[in-house]
Ligand binder design. Structure first.
Ligand code: PMP
Length: 302
C-alpha cells in the first residue's frame, strides 16, 4: 500500500510511526476494528462489509477508554473510503483502524490524549476453503467483565487471545476455545462460536463474556430469515459443543469457518456440515454484492 493514515494525514507506511513512549504502546490502551472489503471482479467494484456498523461499534468502544475519534462515525467511514481510493485498491482487503491513548510518558492512570491510525492489508477470503479447524479448549479463561469489558475490542485484552492462541498452536491446533469463569463456552481467540444440533443453532449470549461480533449478527439473521432455522442464544458447555452435529466459528477475519476437531473429539467427520455450508455460501454471495436484498450491508468504494 502506498498510503496509511495517521494523526489526520495520509502518509507513506514509512512515515506512519509513533513514539515508543506512547501510552497505548506501553499499556495496551487503544481500541481497534477489523473490517473487510471484497473485490468483485465482474462488477469491478470493491465492497466494504458493514462499514458503518464497525465505526459505530468503535465509537462506542472508545468511550470505555475515554478516547475520541477525530470524527463521528460517518466521517470515519468517509476517511476509510478515501484511503482505499488513494491506494487504488482492487483486491480483497483488511482494514485496521486504531484509536489510541497517545500521551507520551509513564503512568497507566494518566490519559486524556487520543490519536487515530488506520492501515490496509491485502487479505484473501477463506470462504472458498472447506478445511475444518482444529480447536483446543484452552487452559486460559476468557477475560471477565469485572476485569476488562470483553465486548470493547480493547487492544490490551488481546493478550488473553495471544496466550490461548499460542498454547493451541504449540500443541498442534489451529485455534483455541476459551471458557468464561463459569466454565461455559465464551469464544475463540478472535471469533464467535456456533453449534448446530437437529436444525437448531445455538451460540453463547453476550452475558457469557463474548465480544458479540458483527459476523455473528449476520449469521443469526441469515439462519432465521433465509434458512428458517431456530437460533438460540444460550450458555453452552463443552460436552454440548463436542456432541453437536456441526460447529463453526464466525468473525470478520475468519468469516464462517467449519470446526472439525475439539481436543480429541472429531466433529462431523472433520467435514464442513450442510448448515455451515449453506450459511457460508450465502455469506460469500452477500459480501460480493450478489444478493440485492443485502446491499444495505455493503458500501461500494468506487
Ligand atoms: N471475538 C473477538 C475476541 C474478536 O476479536 C472478534 C473479531 N472482531 C470477534 C469475536 C468477531 O467479531 P466480528 O464478527 O465483528 O469480526
Amino acid at each position: 500500500m502506498k498510503y496509511f493514515y495517521l494523526s489526520g494525514k495520509f502518509v507513506s507506511p514509512a512515515r506512519a510511526k509513533i513514539s515508543i513512549m506512547t501510552h497505548a504502546f506501553n499499556y495496551g490502551t487503544a481500541v481497534f476494528e477489523g473490517i473487510r472489503a471484497y473485490w468483485n471482479p465482474e462488477q469491478r467494484q470493491l465492497f466494504v462489509f458493514r462499514l458503518q456498523d464497525h465505526f459505530k461499534r468503535m465509537e462506542n468502544n472508545c468511550k470505555v477508554l475515554n478516547l475520541s475519534l477525530p470524527h463521528q462515525w460517518e466521517g470515519m467511514c468517509q476517511i476509510t473510503l478515501e484511503l482505499m481510493r488513494k491506494n487504488k485498491v482492487k483486491e480483497n482487503t483488511y482494514i485496521r483502524p486504531i484509536c489510541f491513548q497517545s500521551r507520551l510518558g509513564i503512568g497507566p492512570k494518566f490519559g486524556g490524549k487520543s490519536d487515530f491510525a488506520m492501515y490496509l492489508l491485502p487479505l484473501i477470503s477463506r470462504l472458498d476453503s472447506d478445511r475444518a479447524m482444529r480447536l483446543l479448549v484452552s487452559s486460559y479463561k476468557r477475560i471477565d467483565r469485572s476485569m476488562i469489558p470483553p465486548d470493547a475490542k480493547i487492544n490490551g485484552s488481546y493478550v488473553n487471545s495471544f496466550l490461548a492462541g499460542q498454547e493451541a498452536l504449540k500443541r498442534g491446533f489451529d485455534d483455541a476455545i476459551l471458557l468464561n469463569l463459569d466454565g461455559r463456552v465464551a469464544e475463540a481467540t478472535g471469533m464467535n462460536v456456533f453449534l448446530v444440533k437437529k436444525n437448531r443453532i445455538v451460540t453463547p449470549p453476550p452475558s457469557a463474556n463474548i465480544l458479540a461480533g458483527i459476523t455473528r449478527d449476520c449469521v443469526i439473521k441469515l439462519a432465521q430469515k433465509e434458512l428458517g432455522l431456530r437460533v438460540q442464544e444460550k450458555n453452552v458447555t463443552i460436552p454440548e459443543l463436542k456432541s453437536a452435529d456441526e460447529v463453526f466459528l464466525t468473525g470478520t477475519g475468519a468469516e464462517i469457518a467449519p470446526v472439525g476437531l475439539i481436543d480429541k473429539k472429531i466433529i462431523n467427520r472433520r467435514k464442513i456440515g450442510p448448515v455451515t455450508r449453506m450459511l457460508s455460501d450465502l455469506y460469500h454471495q452477500i459480501v460480493l454484492g450478489e444478493i440485492a436484498k443485502y446491499h444495505r450491508w455493503l458500501t461500494p468504494v468506487y
